[in-house]
Design a binder for this molecule. Structure first.
Ligand code: COA
Length: 258
């Protein structure tokens, strides 16, 4: 039986991780399904925005499945880490906006999955943390790298070294989530944000995502060069003609994603 569910509705793909008996913990099956869904979405002309969420009212994803750990050798651990990193990097590299709708626990690999998404919105009951050190291991699906980039080294180390959990409000205060909504309104609010994103130029969003992520680790000089090149490339699209023409004609743009 599938452990994820993909529903596409009016351009919005909602991908739900559903292993509720294990609080949606990530095992190989979940990673395989996430990968194949994202590869499918990448080539879809219908999908414009992706929402990633967890099934049930308690958990987004409570981490990697800890049952895999006891028998794992150091060699297995390398494969394990690289596999998760690969799938999450595929998500981050999406040229269509990806939103995490964090409906509960986002721990370990769950927090790392949310951080690989471009935008993060949480329900009031959500809890965040990187509790790996409690298990005598470290974050291995990008947590030691994405968390400091999102919240800064000091706050990242606080979470990574102490295993402490923070609630949704605190996560918003430190910049880990964009906004917090009542639990029963989360998906409705996130769908509204998805529709707002869908009204913008898709090519422009794709170039924005590429420029932001490609420039993030570079010097200011190099990253500004990346931006200038992306700005040049976006002027090679017909959408940019439609966008400015529609503004001047006082009408809504009709982007063709070209
Ligand atoms: N891997 C495997 N199973 C997990 C899991 C994980 N990361 N997180 C939760 N589960 C399982 C539990 O073992 C339990 O299974 P069982 O009913 O077969 O015993 C089920 O999910 C429910 O979890 P439970 O611990 O009973 O719920 P709780 O409400 O008491 O506690 C948490 C919730 C999230 C605080 C707790 O489950 C937890 O600490 N999970 C591990 C978080 C973690 O360390 N993640 C990083 C992994 S690297």
């Amino acid at each position: 039986m599938a452990v994820t569910k993909l529903v596409v509705n009016e351009g919005i793909a909602t991908l739900t991780i559903d292993r509720q008996s294990k609080l949606n913990a990530l095992n190989e099956e979940v990673l395989d399904e996430l990968e194949s869904h994202f590869l499918e979405i990448k080539n879809s002309t219908e999908v414009r925005v992706i929402i990633v969420t967890g099934a049930g009212a308690k958990s987004f994803v409570a981490g990697a499945d800890i049952n895999q750990f006891p028998s794992m050798t150091p060699e297995d651990a390398l494969t394990f880490s690289e596999r998760g990193q690969h799938v999450f990097s595929l998500i981050e590299a999406s040229t269509k906006p990806v939103i995490a709708a964090i409906n509960g626990f986002a721990l370990g690999g769950g927090c790392e999955l949310a951080m690989a998404c471009h935008l993060r919105y949480a329900s009031e009951n959500a809890m965040f943390g990187q509790p790996e050190v409690k298990l005598g291991v470290i974050a291995g699906y990008g947590g030691t790298q994405r968390l400091p980039r999102i919240v800064g080294v000091g706050r990242a180390l606080e979470l990574l070294l102490s295993a402490k959990m923070v609630d949704a409000k605190e996560a918003q205060n430190i910049g880990l989530v964009n906004d917090v909504f009542p639990q029963d309104a989360l998906l409705e609010k996130v769908n509204k944000i998805a529709r707002l994103l869908m009204a913008q130029g898709p090519q422009a969003q794709a170039f924005t995502l590429k420029a932001v992520y490609a420039g993030a680790d570079k010097s200011m000089e190099d990253s500004l060069a990346i931006e200038a090149r992306a700005f040049q490339d976006v002027f090679d699209t017909t959408d940019r003609i439609e966008g400015s023409t529609a503004f001047l004609e006082r009408r809504k743009p009709e982007f063709k994603n070209q």
